[in-house]
Design a protein around this ligand. Structure first.
Ligand code: CMX
Length: 139
């Protein structure tokens, strides 16, 4: 796969409003974007650290993936997203290596990225996201 960097770390929180003061006042980071991703049933808040982002995930529906995660496992790290080039090709390689795909083709995620998830049951318990910023490359 050879990811170029960790694009973001997704953290499930019950409330973005309650979590913001920790990241802003204690960690000294600035939230630069809050965005709802309707088809994922989440509201997201982003902070930049170097080339990596922290993405806070607040569920907008208890039956959505983050709502179910918090119900079962509580707040905490939800997924790690790796930046890759040619995401379709990387998905086919993961599939050929026997990895269970949640998304067999990429879809649009927060910030306009093309994203696809690998199932945590075949990635040693970590929900793994591949993402590609096609806009920044004028593709
Ligand atoms: N990390 C690790 N394990 C996870 C997990 C996570 N984030 N979410 C669920 N699991 C585990 C559960 O604990 C459970 O394990 P056990 O069977 O051992 O108890 C198993 O996976 C199945 O969990 P489930 O609650 O029955 O949930 P589902 O199978 O319905 O869904 C998953 C799990 C990962 C397939 C689903 O959450 C998914 O499709 N996720 C990808 C989309 C997503 O997470 N979107 C939100 C972020 C969007 C964004 O960043 O913009």
């Amino acid at each position: 796969m050879k990811p170029t960097h960790i694009e973001h770390i997704g953290i499930a929180v019950k409330s973005i409003d309650e979590a913001l003061p920790f990241y802003e006042n204690v960690m000294g980071l600035k939230c630069y974007n809050i965005e709802e991703v309707a088809d994922q049933k989440v509201r997201t808040a982003f902070f930049m650290i170097g080339q990596t982002k922290i993405e806070l995930l607040e569920s907008t529906d208890p039956e959505g993936p983050v709502g179910k995660f918090i119900e079962k496992r509580g707040e905490g790290i939800h997924h790690i997203a790796f930046a890759v080039d040619q995401i379709e090709d990387k998905l086919r390689k993961a599939e050929a290596a026997g990895i269970r795909l949640i998304d067999s083709t990429p879809r649009k995620g927060a910030e306009g990225l093309s994203i696809a998830f690998l199932h945590p049951k075949s990635t040693f318990g970590v929900l793994t996201e591949l993402c590609e910023d096609k806009n920044s490359k004028n593709k």
